[in-house]
Structures are given as C-alpha cells and as structure tokens.
Write a protein of this length. Structure first.
Length: 331
C-alpha cells in the first residue's frame, strides 16, 4: 500500500540586487518543476542577462554599442539584434507621440544634469544654450537598417535609450525566468516592473504607485498586475529646485525644458518595453492628449497625477486600481 505524498507547498523566493544604477527586486514562487535552488539559479541568470544588456545599451558607457554609435555619429555602425530592437521601439514611440518621446534627446544632457551627473550647485541653462542643442533632437534623422543590424545617426546627434531600455531589459529578464520554468514572479528594476501569472493563492500581483510628493515608498494607489508590466515616469526621482521652481530629467523635445503638465505617470501595459516607452510621452503630453494616446493602444492603461495634483485613471485600469489617498500637494 503506497503512502500518499504530501501536497506541494510553494515557497516564496525573494532576491534583491543592483544594476543599471537602480535597485533590482525579484519575488518568485517555487513549483513542482522548479525547486528553490532552480528558482534562485533562474533569477541569477536573469540578473546576468540584465547586466549584459546594460553593457550593450547604456549611452553612458563609451565601450557599449550605443556609446560606439555616438562616437561614430554620421557613420553606419554595426549593432546587435537587441540594440536594433530597442532602437526600433524607440522610433515607434517617437512617431506615436509626435516626437514627445525622442531617443536623440541625449544632446541635451550637456546642459541638463540630473541623477549621478547632477552638480553640487545646479545651474539652470540659458535659453540660448538649450536652443542650440534642442535643434539636434530629431528621431526622424535616425536611420535604422534592422535586417542588417546597423544604425546611423546625424553627425551632430547623440543617441540615448534611457527612456526605454530599462523596460526592454525587464522584459528580457522575464523571458529568461519563463525559459527556466519559473512562471509566477514579479521582476522589478527601479520603476519598471513585470508581474507574471498570479500568486499561488490565485491573487494578482499588486504594486504601489508612488506619491510624487511623498517619501520614497509612500504610495497613493495600488495597481494589479497579471501578465502585465508597469512603468512610472515622475518629476521627483531625478530633480532639483532652483528659484522656487522644480527642474527634472523628463525634457520636452519641443521646448528643450523639463515638461510641466504632470507630476507622475504610471503606465500599465502587456510588456515593459511599451510601458517604459509610453510613460515619458504621456508625461510630456499631459492628461488630455496622453489619455487619448493610451486608449489607442491595446491592453494599455494609465494612472496620471497632473501638475495641479489631480488624479486621472484611464478606462482600462479603473477596476485594477485602488486609490488609497489623495497624493500629497507640494512644490
């Protein structure tokens, strides 16, 4: 007589790390096909893939493929299929947003310095300095030969994939986990997340939406994620205040200055590349035009906090968002 085996008990596995200048956070559950050791090995492999792609796509690394494109501006440069894919998606986001998202914004980083490049005493650039560089920002001048895996930018241009590459890298990490047999997980890199499947109890993954004027980790809403991604663009993460005015890293290519229509935009989308590419565009466009753009895309939704602290929730996510409180109102 055989003894019945004990029912399988899924184990929660949590891993934190760093890459791309931000924190990585993985939560996964074991299954009959992936025990704890296999799940941890899969997460380690996913982190390794994220670091590899950072080395390919970072505009801040001269030896990266994008660094080489910038070093040889005006010439055709061979790139990997991954870089070609991210550039193609970046150009798609540029066309979709009428140039509000533009992967050639990097020229403006010479005068707008935020995050690790920020100066001890930030200085607001003059209009003449901004205008000189703004003229170089035009995604339509980028020539991409996707079949031949090569790209050419204007001789005076600089490419920057920071507005979309992190989402792509999260998608690649999710693909590695799926290929390794891990099905239920949450993969996060800073403000970019992907929630795969559901938790063992059948409940969806839930992620907090940061209060733009609250302390880090202070959420004003939560959003459900089941086989969906989430990306937030905010005016708080990389910013400074000069003369009673907030300046931040989300630059409107049409003006050359930080966009002023929103405080934060959180995009819910089928993949993290789309979410990451669309959040900046909606942030710059503002609630009215931004929501029209969102509704034109299948499976995409948004939670927007505008410049006056009003909250807008698009139709597709109204049943997936729970507002916990009114966002804090401050400069």
């Amino acid at each position: 007589m055989s003894v019945p085996s004990a029912p399988f008990e899924p184990l929660r596995v949590e891993v934190e790390d760093e890459a791309m200048g931000t924190s990585l956070h993985f939560i996964a559950y074991t299954s009959p096909k992936t025990d704890e050791a296999a799940t941890r090995a899969a997460i380690a492999k996913a982190v390794g893939e994220m670091r590899r792609l950072e080395g390919v796509l970072s505009e801040w690394r001269p030896e990266s493929e994008i660094g080489q494109v910038n070093a040889h501006a005006g010439d055709w440069v061979s790139i990997s299929p991954e870089a070609a894919q991210v550039i193609e998606r970046g150009l798609w986001a540029g066309k979709l947003s009428d140039g509000r998202f533009d992967i050639t914004f990097q020229a403006l980083s010479k005068v707008w310095k935020f995050g690790s490049a920020a100066e001890d005493e930030p200085k607001v650039p003059t209009r003449a300095e901004v205008e000189k560089l703004r003229k170089l920002v035009d995604y339509r001048r980028v020539e991409l030969d996707q079949a031949g895996h090569r790209v050419r930018i204007g001789k005076d241009q600089q490419l920057g994939l920071g507005g979309i590459a992190k989402g792509y890298i999260v998608d690649r990490a999710a693909a590695v986990l799926h290929e390794s047999g891990v099905d239920g997980f949450l993969a996060q890199a800073g403000g970019d997340l992907y929630g795969s499947g559901r938790k063992p109890d059948g409940s969806p993954w839930v992620s907090g939406v940061q209060d733009p004027r609250g302390k880090l980790g202070d959420f004003f809403a939560v959003l459900e994620l089941t086989d969906h991604a989430f990306s937030t663009a905010g005016d708080y993460a990389r910013a400074y205040v000069v003369g009673g005015k907030r300046y931040h890293h989300i630059i409107d290519p049409k003006t050359g200055y930080p966009a002023t229509a929103c405080r934060s935009v959180t995009i819910w989308a089928p993949d993290a590349t789309t979410a990451d590419g669309v959040d900046d565009a909606v942030f710059i466009l503002g609630p009215e035009r931004g929501l029209k753009l969102i509704e034109s895309l299948d499976g995409v939704g948004a939670v927007i906090v505008d410049a006056k602290n009003h909250v807008f929730i698009s139709e597709r996510v109204k049943d997936k968002v729970k507002v916990l409180k009114q966002p804090t109102d401050a400069l």
